[in-house]
Design a binder for this molecule. Structure first.
Ligand SMILES: Cc1cc2nc3c(=O)[nH]c(=O)nc-3n(C[C@H](O)[C@H](O)[C@H](O)COP(=O)(O)O)c2cc1C
Length: 222
């Protein structure tokens, strides 16, 4: 099949777009309102967008509590969503009034951040502490009309990693078992069995392309 994505007449049961951009990491965003009410919610329109400096983004489909808080206070954290906190992540997505604390709702404990005011999820093996750069509303490129979808860009100013997951100077991401969003109501989980190593290709002077090796990477670019 092939279709005009602006008209979006796919004739399927559900828009397949999110089933095609997959798996998407889940940024578990904590923020504080200007009144000090704590907020937590998962966002799968989330990713790292730069590593020098470290930047992440998440997208709010409509203006939700997280974006209001981040715009008011300029700070947020992204805790890593993993298999061990799956239920808490899901419960924290519930639509509740702005004065509700989803940490309490989901029975999750907080841990203080070092560089920003919102705390992180205590049981998350890693978290990013972020300062807002800017929010952008994405337009329809042809008509320029507003979409109500806002990208929030934040610079990462502090990084927490549970030392238990650092082995020989390398983070053991598979052992953290991060979960990620697929299409529909589907998710996937990363674990050591679903990971593999692929080193960068090397092109010889005669144009022959070879992969260096499938050995575990030692942490330095050759
Ligand atoms: C795994 C998962 C991913 C989600 N991703 C997004 C997202 O990228 N953007 C969005 O607007 N809502 C997303 N949602 C829904 C929000 O989490 C939900 O609307 C939540 O109530 C927003 O909370 P807030 O108002 O406290 O920010 C997601 C929900 C789940 C369970």
């Amino acid at each position: 099949m092939y279709y005009d994505a602006i008209e979006n007449r796919h004739n399927l049961k559900h828009d397949p777009f999110k089933a095609l951009v997959t798996p998407r990491p889940i940024g578990w965003i904590s923020s504080l309102s200007s009144d000090g009410v704590l907020n937590l919610a998962p966002y799968s329109f989330f990713n790292a967008v730069s590593d020098k400096p470290h930047y992440v983004m998440f997208v709010s489909s409509g203006r939700k509590d997280s974006i209001y808080n981040v715009e008011d206070t300029g700070e947020f954290t992204c805790s890593l969503s993993t298999w061990d906190t799956l239920d808490g992540m899901n419960i924290s997505s519930a639509t509740v009034p702005a004065d509700a604390d989803e940490f309490q709702l989901a029975g999750l404990e907080t841990s203080p951040s070092n560089f920003v005011a919102p705390p992180r999820v205590k049981n998350a093996p890693a978290a990013l502490e972020c300062k807002l750069w800017r929010t952008l509303e994405m337009p329809d490129v042809e008509t320029g009309s507003e979409s109500g979808h806002f990208v929030v860009f934040g610079q990462v100013v502090g990084i927490y990693i549970d030392d238990a997951y650092i082995k020989d100077g390398i983070v053991d991401t598979g052992a953290m078992r991060p979960i990620a969003r697929m299409g529909y109501m589907d998710y996937t989980v990363v674990n050591p069995d679903t990971m593999f190593t692929l080193n960068r290709p090397v092109v010889a002077e005669d144009g022959t392309v070879s992969n260096t090796s499938a050995e575990k990477w030692d942490g330095t670019y050759a």
